[in-house]
Design a protein around this ligand. Structure first.
Ligand SMILES: [Zn+2]
Length: 524
């Protein structure tokens, strides 16, 4: 009798234990019936995906597996989350969930582009980790940032001592986890540098590895020379080269991307790739319409130059030349995105604003209008700078990654370029589905594995076991880029689920309050 009781107890114990075991699910999440477009460029295949501990734990037939949560992806594709290697999110703390990016399918972003980054990356990364972010973030370290730290906005070559100081700061930033070094060679103060300076700083960065990402010295008449300069920096410093927001930015040269793409292709073996946002309008500040010498040494010096009759006349003569060199008869191609002193200007072009001010419709008067606005602190602009033929040709080039050149947007504020909301959805809806410029699988590759490999994100950019579970679930037929130049504040529709490090942050097309993003410090 007592033996029977003992047996019963033993059997009960075994049952209880095994029930306990069975209760712990195999996976945190299983996505069933997924048409996986894995980011390599291959067509979809059908499988289930098991996610555990933020990673893709299994891909295959998981019919008998248990999970805390199951999502049925029937008739939808599952792709890696998009990786946008060209952003400007130095103000990420304002919109730490990065709503506009997540709803456009982006799960990782690289900031610090065009030579502008946070000066102290380590402090920034730590602050963001404390705050919590919705998206994965990496950063380059910027040439303009480091030059301003050491030399202010001085219009002259760096001395040997200044180069040494800048190199030390570049080295520190790389050790803090920067994924590379960026330049913005049309901007103040980077435009005052020579190639030797950039090479010297590139060498300091290259001690840790990383990418050289360049907003080149010219994107118009001298674009081929500018490509050569970027490649020289990469070669001499020992870094691979990313040519940022590749374009032909001169109306008179529209169509000439056949030559610039041919040169990039020639340099492919040196490790040169490009990125692009799929629009014919660019976006940057108003200051670039002025000659760069006029913008040296800070606000007070700029004010003096604009107010002194002699230098003002010289500025105006050069601006007139610049606008006609670009192939325009007026500033109608220059549209105000954000102008704090007078928000009524936002969405209007300079020619319209000039008329609003009661001035005659002449280039001279329009330049006066621009100089007035510069004296009031300048403006963020949208420029009609590209031709459609070039946009499509650059997109067709196989080594063009998709990147927004945008930032996080406070919903409803200003009239920003729509690229921050809709870069990826525009490629998928307009250039894949409506115009058939590239295939869906190829578009996904340029949004995922291509940028991941270039920037050294070895654990992202593909749907593979062991990689981070940054995943999207969507029906490609339902992706719509809603944001336009007239109504930019519209979120993309169609990304049903967005997982960041295994956590769904978009569910049934809606954002939740999780903060699963990580800082992607490069370990080089
Ligand atoms: Zn740029």
């Amino acid at each position: 009798m007592s033996r029977l009781l003992a047996l019963c107890l033993f059997a009960c114990l075994v049952t209880c234990l095994s029930t306990g075991d069975a209760r712990a699910a195999d996976y945190d999440l299983v996505i069933r019936n997924a048409r996986i477009i894995d980011g390599s460029g291959n067509p979809w295949y059908l499988a289930d995906i098991g996610v555990k501990g933020g990673k893709i734990a299994a891909i295959g037939k998981l019919a008998s597996a248990t999970a805390d949560r199951t999502i049925d992806a029937a008739n939808r594709v599952v792709t890696p989350g998009f990786i946008d290697v060209h952003t400007h999110v130095e103000d990420l703390e304002k919109v730490p969930r990065a709503d506009n990016y997540l709803l456009d399918g982006v799960t990782s972003i690289v900031s610090g582009n065009c030579g502008g980054s946070k000066a102290d990356l380590s402090a920034w990364f730590t602050a963001l980790e404390k705050q919590g972010i919705g998206i994965n973030l990496a950063s380059l370290y910027g040439h303009n940032t480091v030059r301003r730290e050491v030399m202010g906005d001085a219009n002259r070559p760096a001395t040997a001592e200044e180069i040494t100081k800048m190199q030390a700061l570049v080295e520190k930033a790389m050790l803090d986890g920067a994924v590379g070094f960026s330049t913005g060679l049309i901007y103040i103060p980077g435009t005052y540098s020579n190639t030797e300076e950039v090479v010297a700083l590139g060498k300091a960065a290259a001690k840790q590895g990383g990418v050289y990402a360049s907003h080149m010295r010219d994107e118009g008449v001298d674009v081929l020379k500018a490509i050569d300069e970027a490649v020289t920096v990469g070669k001499e410093a020992g870094m691979r080269v990313q040519l940022s927001h590749f374009k032909i930015d001169n109306k008179r040269l529209w169509g000439a991307s056949d030559k610039s793409i041919a040169l990039v292709e020639k340099y492919r073996k040196e490790g040169v790739v490009v990125d692009q946002y799929p629009y014919d309008h660019s976006s940057t500040n108003l200051g670039i319409t002025l000659p760069s010498w006029a913008l040296a040494d800070g606000a007070e010096a700029i004010r003096e130059r604009i107010n002194s009759p002699e230098s003002r006349a010289r500025i105006m003569t050069e601006m007139k030349q610049m606008v006609s060199d670009k192939g325009w008869k007026s500033y109608e191609y220059a549209i105000v995105a954000t102008f704090k002193p007078e928000t009524a200007y936002e969405g209007k072009n300079i020619s319209e604003i000039n008329l609003m001010k009661g001035r005659p419709a002449t280039v001279d008067a329009e330049i006066e209008t621009i100089l007035d606005m510069i004296l009031l602190g300048g403006a963020q602009m949208v420029y009609h700078s590209m031709g459609n033929e070039d946009v499509e040709r650059i997109l067709r080039y196989p080594n063009t990654a998709i990147a927004s050149d945008g930032g996080v947007r406070e919903f409803g504020v200003g009239m920003p370029h729509p690229r921050s909301y809709a870069t990826n959805s525009r490629v998928l809806a307009e250039f894949v589905r409506r115009r058939n410029v590239i295939t869906l699988e190829d578009a996904i590759r340029r949004m995922t594995s291509l940028p991941a490999r270039t920037f050294g994100f070895r654990d992202r950019g593909l749907v593979r076991e062991g990689l981070a579970a940054d995943l999207l679930i969507f029906d490609p037929a339902r992706i719509e880029d809603k944001a336009t130049f007239q109504k930019p504040h519209q979120y993309t529709e169609g990304f049903d689920f967005v997982l960041v490090n295994g956590t769904p942050i978009v569910e049934d097309g809606k954002l939740n309050d999780t903060r699963p993003g990580k800082i992607l410090r490069s370990t080089h």
